[in-house]
Structure formats: structure tokens, C-alpha cells
Design a protein around this ligand. Structure first.
Ligand code: MF3
Ligand code: CO
Ligand code: CO
Length: 265
């Protein structure tokens, strides 16, 4: 099994797909308020992707081995939901935090990105969890350069999460991406410096840490997709798609509304 190295034409197309995925998040930002349901958010994103962008929502009917086909176009994971929350009648209330995860396909290539959003004002602890998780993603991104190892990324993320009293979800990870949604390598959000795969220019993968305010343990809901914290604590996640360049990294999932890098880095 091997990790693909993307050529120039692949990279040009991955930039386009990445920017389009990010623009879906820009578009939905102002709709995320108390009173909207997650299925309304899904419908707005679906129509934006299909009608405005001419992209295909990759999650819709996605069916990896052992899973029923995913029924919606995006993932919406609220509060104690870690990932793969299925949009439905749940109405956002003041103080809720929500991860919206968008993957588009354009011209055969995937762009995958997610951000945290807040319905009204989050609590101090919820805001802190989301901020630290964002810093975790960026500390991971900063480890991306040829000659570094996947373990350097995982270590940086785990160290920051745990030194702030949070925990790292183990069952889900970042992934290689291109013409295929989920391909090698697996990008763990925990690990040991200098261990694992050595990074090479032309690799493209996501970094998407899921960080829990409480313990790391997960539970799967009966819908077969929605993953929640076992102790019902809050969970946060951010995701970018990253290209390994000759000198470091390029974030492919960028657009006008992409939040800035944390200033302390
Ligand atoms: N976008 C998710 C990821 O970051 C995968 C969602 S798969 C779905 O890898 F089927 F749940 F949508
Ligand atoms: Co992903
Ligand atoms: Co995603």
C-alpha cells in the first residue's frame, strides 16, 4: 500500500475543489443562528453546492464498507456530537456549538474542510474548547514539510490538547484525499515525534482533530453514523486539506471567510 504523490494538474484541481468547499462554509456562516434546524442548514448547503457551484456533495450516499449510505450532503455535529452528525429536525439554541463539515467534488477532485460555528454566544468553556482545537489543527499544520513525519503532526496536536486538560479522539483521523475521498495515509491526531510515514512533497491529506472537553471515549448512535462523547462532554473539530510543498505546506481549503491563523503561533 502506498501514498500517492499528486502531479501539477492534480494540484491545480485540488486547489479549486478546496476553495469551493471553503466557500460553502463562507456561504452558510450567517445562517447559523438560534432557531435554524440542521436539516435547513443541509438544504441551504446542498442547493449552494449543486446549483451555484456545480459541485457534488461527496457525503450524500457515501457508503464505506460496513456503513449504510450517508443520507445527507454535509455533516452537522452539535455540542457532544464528535463527528458525522446527520442533519435533521434538531433546532439550534443559544449557546450551541456546531461543526459543519463540507466535502465537495469538482472535476473529479475532493475538497474537505470543516469549521466550528456558534449559535449566539457560547459559554466560556465551549469557546475555549473550540479555540484550543483550532490551535491544535494549526500546530499540526505547522509540522507539515518534507522530511518531517506523521508522528510529528500527531504529537503536536495531542500535546496541546492534553496540556489544556482536553482529550484526543482516537477512532477517527485525517486522511489522504484526491480523486478518492478517503485514501492513504491515515493522519492520526496523537503520536510520537519522528514516528510513522515520512512526508514528501506532493502528498495531500487532511488534518482534522476531534478534541473532547472530557474523556476521549466515544459512542456510536443507533443511526450508525453520529459519533458522540461517551461522557456527554462537548467536542470540537476543525479541518483543512493540506498539500506538502517543497518548503512546507499549502492550505488548499481557503477562501475569503477562512478564519486567520491563531496569532500566538
Ligand atoms: N468529511 C468527513 C471527513 O472529514 C467525512 C464525512 S463522511 C460522511 O472525512 F459520510 F459522514 F459524510
Ligand atoms: Co476529512
Ligand atoms: Co470533512
Amino acid at each position: 500500500m502506498s501514498v500517492s504523490i499528486k502531479n501539477n494538474q492534480d494540484i491545480v484541481k485540488m486547489r479549486v475543489a478546496g476553495q469551493l468547499a471553503s466557500e460553502v462554509l463562507d456561504y452558510i456562516t450567517d445562517f447559523v443562528r438560534p432557531g435554524i434546524s440542521t436539516e435547513e442548514i443541509d438544504k441551504l448547503c446542498h442547493e449552494f453546492m449543486v446549483i451555484k457551484q456545480g459541485t457534488i456533495p461527496a457525503p450524500l450516499n457515501y457508503a464505506p464498507p460496513g456503513h449504510t449510505p450517508y443520507p445527507k450532503s454535509i455533516c452537522t455535529s452539535v455540542n457532544n456530537q464528535i463527528c458525522h452528525g446527520i442533519p435533521g429536525p434538531k433546532i439550534l439554541k443559544r449557546g450551541d456549538i456546531i461543526n459543519i463539515d463540507v466535502t465537495v467534488i469538482k472535476d473529479g477532485y475532493h475538497g474537505d474542510t470543516s469549521r466550528m460555528f456558534y449559535a449566539g454566544e457560547p459559554s466560556i468553556q465551549a469557546q475555549r474548547l473550540c479555540d484550543i482545537t483550532y490551535e491544535c489543527m494549526w500546530l499540526g499544520i505547522h509540522q507539515v514539510k518534507p522530511g518531517n513525519y506523521l508522528g510529528d503532526i500527531g504529537y503536536a496536536i495531542q500535546n496541546h490538547a492534553e496540556s489544556n486538560g482536553f482529550s484526543v479522539v482516537r477512532e477517527f483521523c485525517g486522511h489522504g484525499i484526491g480523486k478518492v475521498f478517503h485514501e492513504e495515509p491515515q493522519v492520526l491526531h496523537y503520536g510520537t515525534q519522528g514516528h510513522g510515514l515520512e512526508l514528501k512533497a506532493g502528498m495531500i491529506f487532511t488534518i482534522e482533530p476531534m478534541i473532547n472537553a472530557g474523556k476521549k471515549d466515544i459512542k456510536m448512535l443507533p443511526d450508525g453514523w453520529t459519533v458522540v462523547t461517551k461522557d456527554r462532554s462537548l467536542s470540537a473539530q476543525w479541518e483543512h486539506t493540506i498539500l506538502v510543498t517543497q518548503s512546507g505546506y499549502e492550505v488548499l481549503t481557503q477562501s475569503k471567510g477562512t478564519p486567520q491563523e491563531p496569532s500566538f503561533l
